[in-house]
Design a protein around this ligand. Structure first.
Ligand code: UD1
Ligand code: MG
Length: 479
């Protein structure tokens, strides 16, 4: 059975008060809409259709190949939005799964449950509802005497009695496709009047009121929710899957909601890592983006940020005060107060405090980088030590090298970045300037304060400014 998701993302998001389209605001580092894409993926293997409108180009660019975008212009409500998918999907799918892009906490399992319920339903649609004490401006689910779903009433149109209903429409539905396309043509326009009980900016409701002046307000809207009453009138069954987790249904209309969603998602992510064997000392101040892998028995101290495609091995101690973005860390590393972007760190490496690894930094097994070191586009071989303030850029450094305090690879001549090569077992004296391009042969040494402008042969001691060879080190041994 073919199942295709339609994600509604055309709304204006007025109350975000932002130049950035609402659905591109990040939650735990990932734009809201990407969470919706991830949530529908388990239930549907078809490329989803995303309805875009406000900020269409930016949203389209972000989505790229991950979605088929259809522009809704003007934006005449959720029913009208789904209708935009008809020409793309009519005859091409059996079920249509509709979700709103401003609900990033919806879980894949819940969406899957929704689809499974609809597969077993003889009627044309299944909707997700939640029972919650705070109605947050959501549509109310009206049930008949026998308990069957009769209609969804939007808060703005609800009677006093209906307003007291606590079963709410979450905004996720699974429809039989053929029925849906016809039903959408039968929806009548509803006046878009802000609800008297909603206080814009404070309510948890999802409506993006255009301050009473927007075009949609004047024209009215086609509500997707009216499909429920249409089915009931035709004598067809509407199923409701009742969620028991109000957190999942946090919708975002303001930056206050955005922060609430951020907290809820952070807790969810951190909890999963803890249950998988990671110690998170203070989950409230540990910021881990979705999809990050962390090995067992790793301990994460507060104020640590793990972002992008970061992978952390087993038995590490990370933080406090560490940022890792798109960085791979092996097993048994200790990383304190470091910033790492696009770096690779092998097993048993110690870093920090106050170290910075930039793109292309590669620390092999057993490397030690102490305070105030910066490394960029460079490999440090196994067992190499760089204990104190140094800059290493565009360098290839062998195994067991000692990099003295204050060493600088002078890699930039104002036009080009030039390479430095250091062989194994080299000892770089404190405050050495390595003026690239330059090579230091294996087992050589530089004296403190040396400014190395020419290649150094293996087994050679160089000193001074500019550095000159003064001794062959093997010969020195034979003296
Ligand atoms: C909707 C539901 C309400 C439900 C609530 C849950 C309707 C009529 N009401 O109300 O029952 O309780 O969600 O969150 O559906 N959008 C478009 N094009 C439009 C209008 C909206 O793409 O023309 C998109 C928005 O970008 C948003 C989603 O649809 O992602 C929902 O729209 P919104 O205006 O937030 O509807 P709610 O008032 O939250
Ligand atoms: Mg909403």
């Amino acid at each position: 059975m073919k199942i295709t998701a339609v994600i509604l993302a055309a709304g204006q998001g007025t109350r975000m008060n932002s130049d950035l389209p609402k659905v591109l605001h990040p939650v735990c580092g990932v734009p809201m809409i990407a969470h919706s894409l991830a949530a529908v993926k388990t239930a549907s293997s078809e490329t989803p259709v995303v309805i875009i409108g406000h900020g269409a180009e930016a949203v389209r660019e972000f989505l790229g190949e991950r979605a088929r975008c259809v522009v809704q212009d003007p934006q005449l409500g959720t029913g009208h939005a789904v209708q935009q998918a008809e020409s793309t999907l009519r005859g091409k799918t059996d079920l249509v799964l509709v979700v709103y892009a401003d609900m990033p906490l919806l879980r894949p399992e819940t969406i899957k449950g929704l689809v499974e319920t609809q597969k077993a339903n003889k009627g044309p649609l299944t909707m997700l509802t939640v029972s919650a004490a705070d109605p947050r401006g959501f549509g109310r689910v009206v049930r008949g005497t026998g308990g069957s779903v009769q209609a969804i009433v939007e808060e703005a149109a609800a009677t006093e009695e209906q307003l007291s209903i606590h079963e709410l429409n979450v905004g996720a539905y699974c429809f039989s496709a053929d029925w849906l396309w016809d039903a959408l043509h039968k929806i009548k326009v509803s006046p878009r009047t802000p609800s008297p009980v909603l206080e814009p900016g404070l309510s948890r409701g999802n409506r993006d009121y255009a301050a009473g002046t927007g075009t949609t307000t004047q024209k009215g809207e086609y509500y997707l929710t009216d499909t429920v009453a249409l089915a009931v009138q035709a004598g067809l069954t509407v199923q409701a899957l009742v969620s028991d987790d109000p957190v999942e249904t946090i919708g975002i209309n303001t930056r206050v909601h955005l922060a609430e969603a951020e907290v809820a998602m952070r807790q969810r992510i951190n909890r999963a890592h803890m249950l998988a064997g990671v110690t998170i000392v203070d989950p409230a101040s540990t910021y881990i983006e979705p999809g990050i892998k962390i090995g067992r028995d790793t301990v994460i101290w507060p104020n640590t940020y793990l972002r992008g495609k970061t992978v952390i091995g087993e038995g590490c101690v990370i933080g406090p005060n560490t940022i890792a973005e798109d960085t791979t860390v092996g097993d048994c590393c200790e990383i304190l107060a470091a910033v790492m972007e696009g770096a690779v760190v092998e097993d048993n490496v110690g870093i920090g405090p106050f170290a910075r690894l930039r793109k292309g930094a590669h620390l092999c097994k057993g490397v030690h980088v102490g305070n105030f070191g910066e490394i960029k586009d460079s490999t440090l071989g196994s067992g190499t030590k760089m204990g104190h303030f140094s800059y290493i850029g565009n360098a290839t450094i062998g195994n067991n090298v000692n990099i003295g305090a204050g060493t600088v690879t002078c890699n930039y001549d104002g036009v080009h970045k030039n390479p430095t090569e250091i062989g194994e077992d080299v000892f770089i004296g404190s405050d050495t300037m390595l003026v690239a391009p330059v090579k230091i042969g294996a087992r050589s040494r530089t004296g403190a304060g040396a400014v190395v402008t020419k290649d150094v042969e293996p087994d050679t001691l160089v000193v001074g400014v500019p550095a000159r060879p003064i001794k062959k080190l093997n010969e020195a041994k034979n003296d």
